[in-house]
Each structure stands twice: as structure tokens, then as C-alpha cells.
Design a protein around this ligand. Structure first.
Ligand SMILES: *[C@@H]1O[C@H](CO)[C@@H](O)[C@H](O)[C@H]1NC(C)=O
Length: 149
């Protein structure tokens, strides 16, 4: 009785774990997709921050079926950003890490338009700390832009 209860529980837990793993994979949370979505270094040129966002969201194909409501591009090298997961980051909770240093970045917020190629954005440039989720010491998810201390 006890054994079957235990194995049932174990199976349930394994199923949940597998589900979470699949979910993670489906959402494309890996270092490679993080770079596509969130790293633009050196920063691509555009006439202004709004035009920059319109261009980059299209160039990186981030609006395949709908205009992504929000996306942040960080203008720093892969290694600098990767270091947030280790020597240059502070553990926040779970697998989330906060950068110790500010990064130049552009925050893009959708204000209409049509996917895939004509989504309209308001771009806000800034230099801020960032919070990312890490797996195997590499960022796989951009959580948010932190207010500067
Ligand atoms: C990373 O995620 C992307 C987007 O979902 C996917 O196409 C790619 O195969 C994944 N790469 C790895 C190494 O898992």
C-alpha cells in the first residue's frame, strides 16, 4: 500500500518535471535564443530609438505571429552578459541573477502595427542593471530591467 502510494507520487513528480522541461524547451529558453532576442552588440544603427526597435524586432524575426509586447536589447558582448550568471552577478532567487553592473540597453514597447514585419515600437534607451535566468552558467531568459541603485 505504502509502496504503491510512493511510486504513484514519484510518477506524478516525474511527469511534472518532464512537463516543466518540455515547457522550457517549447518556450525556446536557451542561450542561443537569448542572444537572438536580447543581444545587439555593437548596437545596430538606426535614426532614432523607435526606428531602432522597429528594425531590430523585424530583423531578429521576433514577431512571427503577433507583435511581441515588449523586448529588451542589451548592447554588450556575449561574455559580459554571460558573466552575470557567475562572477558579475548576484543571486536573486531560483535561477535568477542580477547584474552587478549597468548595461547600455534599449527597451522596446509595442504600440501597434501588424506582424510579422510592421510592428511599431517605442524605444527607450538606458543604462541599467538587468535580471536574467541562468542555466549551466548561461542566460536563457531575460527577466527584467532593474532600477539603478
Ligand atoms: C533553442 O531554442 C530555439 C527556439 O525555440 C530552438 O529552435 C533551438 O533548437 C534551441 N536550441 C537548443 C540548443 O536547444
Amino acid at each position: 500500500m505504502l509502496t504503491s502510494k510512493f511510486s504513484c507520487c514519484l510518477v506524478a513528480h516525474l511527469a511534472i518535471l518532464l512537463g516543466l522541461l518540455l515547457l522550457g524547451t517549447c518556450k525556446g529558453q536557451n542561450w542561443s535564443s537569448f542572444q537572438t532576442k536580447h543581444i545587439d552588440f555593437p548596437k545596430s544603427s538606426a535614426s532614432n530609438p523607435n526606428a531602432y526597435c522597429d528594425l531590430m524586432m523585424k530583423r531578429r524575426n521576433l514577431n512571427p505571429t503577433r507583435c511581441k509586447p515588449r523586448n529588451t536589447f542589451v548592447h554588450a558582448s556575449q561574455s559580459e552578459i554571460q558573466n552575470v550568471c557567475s562572477s558579475k552577478g548576484t543571486h536573486y532567487k531560483d535561477n535568477l541573477y542580477d547584474s552587478e553592473e549597468d548595461f547600455p540597453l534599449t527597451d522596446c514597447k509595442n504600440v501597434g502595427g501588424t506582424s510579422p514585419d510592421n510592428c511599431k515600437y517605442i524605444g527607450t534607451p538606458g543604462t541599467k542593471r538587468i535580471r536574467v535566468a541562468c542555466e549551466n552558467n548561461k542566460p536563457v531568459h531575460f527577466e527584467l530591467v532593474l532600477a539603478t541603485l
